[in-house]
Design a protein around this ligand. Structure first.
Ligand SMILES: NC(=O)c1ccc[n+]([C@@H]2O[C@H](COP(=O)([O-])OP(=O)(O)OC[C@H]3O[C@@H](n4cnc5c(N)ncnc54)[C@H](OP(=O)(O)O)[C@@H]3O)[C@@H](O)[C@H]2O)c1
Length: 272
């Protein structure tokens, strides 16, 4: 079987994070309904990814596949392919769990679904706090982050960080935290860890077969010319919520997809 060899980055707390991970967001279909029917394919694809050498898995409460990930990891440990400590597993706290006291509860529920004692990294998924009914709860993300610091002290995770924070939010957080966040997971390129998602074996292999060459400065400058500010992920239906991190667009989508609120069409019908 083909194998990939993925280097690591050292996080600010000394933890080694593989520079390329396996993304597990199955996405929404054209009617904005969560693609839960792909969960069995994810089980097979993740199993293959671990077999060929992926050691970093990116998931989230929102993605509703924590049970599937837990099953695959357990099976790979039983088969002797990996030990738990060989893996770097990230999950995220969703927007309706931003109260300081709810953060640890959310992470404990994720751990239960993953059937694990700890994750390697837990992130605030977005800076906005929105109830499962779409109400803007306006909870300061500094409070949410304090909840993450408590989870770190409790040994539920080995590192903490954020996602989708803009520069101003990052700098405010850096000025007001006790534990410097280990990562800010955002859409970007070049010199950073990345987490492509694929359910296709040839692509899973191809995406991680990139560590046998280097781009020189001229190549990078050429590629940089293609940057026109395009984002794949523009959740404009959130743009009037407090702490929305990106530039607003003139004609935002009006309705938040139900799949991002009550999650009634997901694998886990709970909204802990
Ligand atoms: N923190 C956040 O808010 C946030 C937001 C978005 C994403 N993420 C994380 O980042 C991960 C990646 O983002 P994403 O899943 O949205 O998008 P992505 O990885 O950029 O794209 C996934 C799509 O690209 C296809 N694909 C993958 N490798 C390919 C290749 N080598 N050639 C051609 N097509 C390829 C996949 O198809 P097949 O599956 O059919 O192969 C799938 O349709 C997510 O899974 C999630 O873990 C986090």
């Amino acid at each position: 079987m083909a194998k990939v060899n993925i280097p690591t980055f050292k996080l600010n707390n000394g933890l080694e994070m593989p520079a390329l991970g396996y993304g597990t967001w199955l996405g929404l279909d054209e009617k904005n309904v969560f693609n839960i029917q792909d969960a069995p394919k994810l089980v097979e694809a993740l199993s293959y990814a671990i077999d060929i050498g992926y050691r970093h898995i990116d998931t989230a409460h929102l993605y509703r596949v924590e049970p599937e990930i837990g099953q695959v990891v357990k099976r790979k440990i039983t088969e002797g392919v990996v030990k738990r400590e060989d893996l770097f597993i990230t999950t995220k706290v969703w927007q309706h769990n931003h109260r300081e006291a709810d953060v640890e509860k959310s992470l404990r529920a994720s751990l239960k679904r993953l059937d694990m004692d700890y994750v390697d990294l837990v992130l605030i998924h977005w800076p906005m706090s929105i109830s499962s009914d779409g109400v803007d709860e306006k909870i300061d993300y500094l409070k949410t982050y304090r909840g993450l610091e408590a989870a770190l002290r409790a040994g539920l995770t080995r590192a903490i960080g954020v996602s989708n924070f803009n520069l101003q939010q990052m700098s405010r957080l850096l000025d007001n935290c006790n534990v410097i966040p280990a990562t800010n997971q955002i859409e970007y390129q070049r010199g950073i860890a990345t987490i492509p998602k694929s359910l296709t074996k040839s692509r899973i292999l191809e995406n991680a077969s990139i560590f046998d060459f280097e781009l020189d400065e001229k190549d990078v400058a050429e590629i940089a010319k293609f940057d026109n500010g395009y984002r794949t992920d523009v959740p404009s239906f959130w743009q009037e919520y407090e702490n929305y991190p990106f530039d607003k667009i003139p004609e935002p989508e009006k309705e938040i997809p139900l799949s991002l609120l009550k999650w009634k069409n997901g694998a886990n019908l709970d909204i802990d």
